[in-house]
Write a protein that binds this ligand. Structure first.
Ligand code: 5GP
Length: 248
């Protein structure tokens, strides 16, 4: 990345730079880690490289399955070249198994399989703590029309099916994950942001122990230790599986 590149936005885990092309941005993945709306802060050594590499591989693979994404290229280990999008200020969470805030808010037991994939919308607003939205709140906020909310839900469900299948082949259970979408230059909705151990809950199917099986950011959130090796394990399994699929 050129030092003169114009920084457009710096978030908790990534920096977005302008490029010579108006319709392309360069995202730089940092090692910084935050949780609980940035009340907990730290560094996960090598996280930026792993999240950039895992996200690039998964976004490229989803693209091959017909899901439109912002991914263009991974020019270096921590950099992803993406289509410039206007981010929709919604976090779209898909859950297959009860964990995290769903358990806290509903009393469902952690690890309980849900009867169907649950798609939830949260307002992407740090000051408000990313609140969960109801259908009517979504409609009153009028961030995007209801038909586009339905389109987000359908994309989220399709992505869940693809990712569940993919992670299963890596012997990893996809518990839940968060997606972000944006509008490209032609106003199409495309998948943006990242898909990584920062944004997914991933449990190792080869491990029965409830703490040892955690391969994602919950290791940081819950101070479980061995965060770097868990992220490395995800990267290794994802890349091995992508290679296998390429050669099959
Ligand atoms: P929960 O609502 O249980 O905290 O999170 C559900 C899923 O979405 C988890 O996989 C979690 O990692 C992801 N997620 C939700 N909000 C955020 C966020 O603001 N940042 C990141 N990195 N992941 C999130």
């Amino acid at each position: 990345m050129s030092t003169s590149a114009q920084k457009l936005y710096e978030g908790k885990a990534k920096i977005v730079y302008a490029t010579e092309k108006e319709q392309e941005y360069l995202t730089y993945f940092k090692d910084d880690a935050t949780a609980f709306n940035a009340q907990k802060k730290g560094t996960i050594v090598g996280k930026g490289e792993i999240n950039c590499t895992v996200s690039s591989a998964l976004l490229k693979w989803l693209e091959s399955k017909g899901i439109p994404t912002h991914f263009i290229d991974q020019p270096s280990s921590r950099e992803m070249l993406v289509k410039a999008v206007k981010i929709i200020p919604l976090e779209v969470v898909v859950r297959n198994i009860a964990a995290g805030s769903l358990c806290k808010q509903t009393g469902l037991n952690q690890g309980e399989k849900l009867p169907f994939p649950l798609v939830e919308f949260y307002l992407k607003n740090d000051e408000l703590g990313d609140p969960l939205l109801t259908c009517d709140r979504l409609s009153i906020l009028n961030i995007i029309p209801s038909e586009q909310i339905e389109q987000l839900k359908q994309y989220a469900l399709q992505i869940n099916q693809h990712l569940q299948e993919f992670f299963q082949s890596c012997q990893i259970t996809l518990v839940d994950f968060k997606l972000e979408f944006g509008f490209d230059s032609e106003n199409n909705i495309i998948l943006a942001d990242e898909i990584s151990p920062d944004t997914c809950r991933l449990w190792d199917e080869l491990e029965q122990d409830k703490q040892k099986r955690v391969l994602d950011k919950d290791r940081f959130r819950q101070d479980l230790g061995k965060i770097e090796s868990a992220y490395q394990e995800v990267q290794q399994r994802v890349l091995t599986q992508i290679e296998k699929l390429k050669n099959s």
